[in-house]
Design a protein around this ligand. Structure first.
Ligand code: PMH
Length: 387
């Protein structure tokens, strides 16, 4: 079935690819070395922004390759026509390695046992690219023992089934300004890299926070996610950002019904909101099934340049807002983004939901169409480029 490129609802996400490009150019300028390649982390549908359009724009802006969580996500990019290097950061099943090799997708490897199983599936000349993941203190994926690491290298280099394309690690605290733990992880990583007989082309450890804060973590490649989307990795880091990041993701809707309620009228399920006096109430077609969670009751949105609150419970597909005065259906509502002098940032929504900014674009569900803007023009809808 063809992906849907038309939509018939008044709620949408705008992905500003010009901001994405500017963020990438600033990050690359900050890295300031052509020897360091930038991988754009586009897992989870590019943190909810849309994998193929973001990947394309990122490559045009000068990133070298892409990183995703699962083989499925890598194949989706290949099927979307992306030819750049792709690395799968998560675990892949040994039985699926032939598929990875056929699509020229690099996989993460963190045990000898996996290599032995994977070898069974591969032709002698397959040349599957692997990056060895070292667990230097994140406690997630990765080989810990230097002995096993050496055996893995020997196994990989013993034939042509595999190519050792990279070695990497991941920091647990790069977004905290206290570097003690990061330094310990870095030391451990350097030690692990030093036991290899030969250095692979890609040696990498930096997420956005480390890329922006610590040039000695850059090695030969960096893996940048959140900063590319214009979000700061943590509150702490806001004070040390080397340049301004521009938010790529905005969320809009339109009033679909407005009316003047009388004093004492109740709004939405549970009748938790009661109008104290005459009040204009607008209905907005977005709800918790779109990822606009019930906990956002009371959150402000922007209408005609003014902040107004969501009143009453958020329903599955709709919610109500208190309007500053009489207004007609069709008026734009900004849930995330700018309108006039007002702005609702992703960080503000994250704070209201008591979570981190990373979660917000990820939880706005695929039911909300994404519109891609480049050079001020719409160039795609919902993961489909129009040209
Ligand atoms: N590399 C790896 C292995 C990652 O897991 C991530 C993000 C990145 C790079 C990019 O990090 P950044 O977005 O901070 O630049 N991974 C996750 C995660 O697993 N949960 O939140 C972010």
């Amino acid at each position: 079935m063809e992906a849907q490129t038309q939509f018939y609802r008044d709620t949408w996400v705008e992905i500003d690819l010009d901001c994405l490009t500017e963020n990438i150019q600033n990050i690359k300028r900050h890295i300031a070395s052509d020897e360091v390649k930038m991988f754009a982390v586009v897992k989870a549908n590019a943190y909810g922004h849309g994998d193929v359009p973001v990947a394309r724009a990122a490559l045009e802006a000068g990133v070298h390759g892409l990183a995703v969580a699962f083989l499925d996500e890598a194949i989706s990019l290949r099927k979307g026509g992306i030819e750049a290097p792709i690395l799968v950061l998560g675990a892949s099943r040994a039985e699926d390695v032939k598929l990875a090799s056929d699509f020229d997708i690099a996989l993460t490897n963190f045990s000898l046992e996996w290599l032995e199983e994977a070898a069974e599936e591969l032709d002698e000349e397959a040349g599957l690219k692997v990056h060895i993941k070292c667990d230097t203190g994140m406690g997630r994926l990765g080989v810990r023992s230097v002995e096993e690491l050496k055996e893995m290298e020997t196994f990989i280099r013993s034939g042509r089934k595999f190519q050792l394309d990279g070695i990497y690690t991941h920091f647990a605290t790069a977004d905290e300004l206290d570097d003690t733990y990061l330094e310990a992880q870095l030391g451990r990583f350097e030690e692990m890299v030093s036991v290899l007989n030969e250095r692979p082309p890609y040696i990498h450890s930096s997420n956005s926070a480390a890329t922006l804060r610590k040039s000695k973590t850059h090695f030969t490649a960096v893996r940048v996610g959140i900063a590319m989307y214009g979000l700061t990795p943590s509150e702490e880091m806001k004070s040390v950002l080397p340049f301004q990041l521009k938010e790529v993701f905005s969320l809009y809707s339109r009033l679909v019904h407005t009316k003047e309620q009388q004093a004492g009228d109740k709004i939405s399920y549970g009748s938790t909101y009661e109008t104290k006096e005459k009040e204009w109430i607008g209905t907005v077609p977005i709800g918790y099934a779109d990822g606009w969670l019930r906990k956002l009751q009371g959150q402000e949105v922007i209408v005609a340049g003014e902040r107004v609150p969501i009143v009453g419970r958020i329903c599955m597909d709709q919610c109500m807002i208190s309007l500053p005065g009489p207004m007609k259906s069709g008026e734009r509502v900004t849930l995330i983004g700018k309108d006039g002098h007002e702005k609702v940032s992703i960080d503000e929504i994250a704070e209201k939901l008591e979570t981190i900014n990373y979660e917000i674009p990820c939880i706005i569900s695929p039911r909300v169409p994404r519109i891609y803007i480049k050079n001020g023009k719409t160039i795609g809808v919902s993961n489909r480029l129009l040209s």
